[in-house]
Design a binder for this molecule. Structure first.
Ligand code: CMC
Length: 428
């Protein structure tokens, strides 16, 4: 805490509030006592100016386009580390030593299988169910299968639940895909890497051996790392809010998945590729740019803009380079990548986008890569959920251990009818 205070003057009343300092980033006015001392609330739809928690996991400087996980820049992690290292880092605060990493990777690999009865659960869904609908259902249902890790007051159970969620998510997502195309579910193969195992469960079949392509494995590793955590975004805040009531971790992560699904959040990767396909030709870009700028048209450039980044999203830079690399190495020429690059170029030079500081975000190029790898569009957000589970789980653990944590209970500015008497139906 600094010695600084903030003064709030309302009419003749004047009140002082402490100003808190983080390790880096804007100062924060501590208004926890605002209502108690003044009888007033603050009004901040969308939490644009409100810090709802303290956190030591991820830091974003939106003006500079910086993203740090536990202090490490995202591009360094995406370049050098394995997904297991990043998961360990997010959960524990430090990069693991070799023995710690081996131990963590082994533990995760021991939790990759699903209770066999969950396969029956899948069969209750329609074959054309969206994978995100299946993910919400199956992850929520884990609470009905793993009773020995739902007591959130027990740190050991919390850690087992965390490991289970990180380990089972690739199996759950791959099974959602297999179910949609009518192929048999593939059991995990624990000697493979986290991403290699996921690729095999998704694209392998029991009838023949599956060779993991190292180019694709590396691209998936990067994509998973780029999506692993992102501070107090909508789905992470949803996980925190759900868990603030003491709900079990599987239910809370299912809530996070539900929130992620929306096109303003994780669903943007699917929407972005659909948009690029719809544009189809660089000649049609000006038409779509004009629509994005038209106040009377609800259309937005999907994969563009961000609440926090007012500069390049550092994840988008790595994603763009990865898209180039993957398509080149797989020898794929996709006109959608050309449309994406030209759209980015035109938008970044357009007054509207410059003035509003709208840049490509993580979702703009990811679809091009996932499409090249062979994922159908509706799996894109499920992959985001898979990778983000690590961040959700880290944030969930941090929150439960935080003595300041309380049940989340926002207040409101009431604008409805004031008290009035009931009128019988024949008198209305
Ligand atoms: N295309 C055209 N105009 C835009 C766009 C866009 N993609 N994004 C924002 N704007 C305009 C918006 O119309 C508004 O203009 P005005 O001030 O004249 O009303 C201004 O920019 C500010 O937008 P906002 O909606 O108030 O900003 P926000 O912080 O509430 O929304 C956002 C952020 C990400 C929801 C928004 O930029 C958006 O809808 N982008 C498209 C969806 C998308 O790509 N989402 C993925 C986000 S990154 C990954 C993730 O978090 O999951």
């Amino acid at each position: 805490m600094t010695d600084k205070t903030a003064t709030l003057n309302v009419g003749d009343d004047s009140d002082q509030f402490p100003v808190l300092d983080g390790s880096v980033g804007p100062e924060v006015i501590d208004i926890r006592k605002l209502y108690g001392e003044t009888g007033k609330f603050t009004y901040d739809p969308g939490f644009t100016s409100t810090a709802a928690c303290k956190s030591a996991i991820t830091y974003i400087d939106g003006e500079q386009g910086i993203l740090l996980h536990r202090g490490y820049p995202i591009d360094q992690l995406a370049e050098n580390s394995s997904f297991m290292e990043v998961a360990y880092l997010l959960l524990n605060g430090e990069l693991p030593k070799k023995a710690e990493l081996d131990n963590f990777s082994y533990t995760i690999s021991r939790h990759t299988m699903l209770h066999e009865q969950l396969a029956t659960f899948y069969r209750g869904f329609r074959r054309d169910a969206h994978p995100m609908a299946i993910m919400i259902g199956v992850v929520g249902a884990l609470s009905a299968f793993y009773h020995d890790s739902t007591d959130i007051t027990d740190p050991e159970q919390r850690m087992i639940a965390s490991h289970r969620l990180i380990a089972k998510m690739p199996t759950i997502a791959a099974m959602a895909y297999k179910y949609s195309i009518g192929q048999p579910f593939m059991y995990p193969e624990n000697k493979l890497s986290y991403t290699g195992n996921f690729l095999r469960m998704t694209f392998g079949v029991p009838a023949e051996p599956y060779e993991v392509n190292p180019i694709i494995e590396n691209a998936m590793r990067r994509i998973f790392i780029l999506h692993a955590d992102h501070e107090q975004n909508a789905s992470t805040s949803t996980v925190r809010l759900a868990s603030s009531s003491g709900a079990n971790p599987f239910a809370c992560i299912a809530a996070g998945i539900a929130c992620l699904w929306g096109p303003a959040h994780g669903g943007a990767n699917e929407a972005a590729l659909n948009m690029l396909r719809e544009i189809g030709d660089v000649k049609r870009i000006p038409e779509y740019i004009a629509r994005a700028k038209d106040k009377d048209d609800p259309f937005r450039l999907m994969g563009f803009g961000h609440r926090v980044y007012k500069n390049f999203d550092p994840r988008a830079k790595v994603m763009k380079a990865t898209a180039d690399e993957v398509l080149k190495e797989l020898n794929i020429s996709d006109p959608v990548l050309d449309v994406a690059k030209e759209l980015e170029h035109i938008a970044l030079n357009d007054e509207y986008f410059i003035e509003k500081k709208l840049y490509p975000n993580v979702d703009f190029y990811s679809g091009v890569i996932l499409n090249a790898i062979g994922f159908p569009t509706d799996m894109f957000t499920a992959l985001f959920a898979l990778a983000r589970t690590t961040g959700w789980v880290a944030q969930w653990n941090e929150m439960i251990a935080d003595p300041d944590q309380k049940i989340g209970r926002p207040r409101q500015l009431y604008v409805g009818a004031t008290q009035r008497d009931y009128v019988p139906v024949d008198k209305r």
